[in-house]
Write a protein that binds this ligand. Sequence first.
Ligand code: AHG
Ligand code: MN
Ligand code: MN
Ligand code: MN
Length: 332
Amino acid sequence: MKTLGEFIIEKQHQFPHATGELTALLSAIKLGAKIINRDINKAGLIDILGESGQSNIQGEKQMKLDAFANEALKAALEARGVVAGIASEEEDHLVIFGKDKATHGKYVVLMDPLDGSSNIDVNVSVGTIFSIYHRITPIGTPITEEDFLQSGHKQVAAGYIIYGSSTMLVYTTGCGVNAFTYDPSIGVFCLSHENVQFPSTGNMYSINEGYYSKFPLGVKKYIKYCQEEDDATNRPYTSRYIGSLVSDFHRNLLKGGIYIYPSTAQYPMGKLRLLYEANPIALLAEQAGGKASNGTKRILDIEPRKLHERTPLFVGMESMVNDAEKFMAESI
Ligand code: AHG
Ligand code: MN
Ligand code: MN
Ligand code: MN
């Protein structure tokens, strides 16, 4: 049995010039995940279900656990002294850590502390998503928004934690994807899925079909394609939608499928946020042999303009994303 801690240190030793700072950062995320996991598990008992009464900058009602997860992860990341600051779905602006850390921390982290919060109160899987970059501004100066507005292909590492029937941490540092299942009896994440790759065939499509009438024509046509019968391509596909990006992506990664959140009449730029939802999921998808696009363009090549920018997202098996893109291109 290999623990996440051992795995991270093993990887660090493969890079002779590594300073151990990324190891410390990943270990902070591991600690934050354990704290969030503990409280999600007993949320119904300690009065942290339901809405907090506040809204976040996206105009979404914040759940108590959104705010709790944000604080837990922020504290864990600040404590290690290797992160200069964070950006989060639940923070209006970037957060710069204490003076010394702001000048000396080498990394910035972007995060969706709790993904799928509408599922919390009904005991359905939720997640945490993180994205890690080297800061661009020189060490010794304060970090700025420029450090956070980097294209996804510059990510140093990215991953998610899924709080499901078991809790798992899935991450990449750009050398494949590895997944670790949490053993609560010993409080340790253990390597359970080494070098995860999308299967070569799959038949799941995940999209909120309730918004069908508001979708672009290409997406409507692709959904119809998924529903048509064709033995050669194993159609009709199976529709699966949890309403939590992490859970939907995780299932499609293991079983083979595509997740789509396109532009809609309500959300002309889609609903998902580029920097802390689409980019980290896109890096994982590519590292697992899949593909992520906004319908026409690679997610990881988008130049971000603001912290809470949204993007349409088509992510999953490469062949399925290619098909969806084809329908989009034909319907312009
Ligand atoms: P979050 O809970 O972090 O705000 O993210 C919610 C996102 C994503 O997880 C999910 O796939 C999507 O919103 C669901 O949206 P709809 O309810 O519009 O389908
Ligand atoms: Mn939200
Ligand atoms: Mn989310
Ligand atoms: Mn969230």
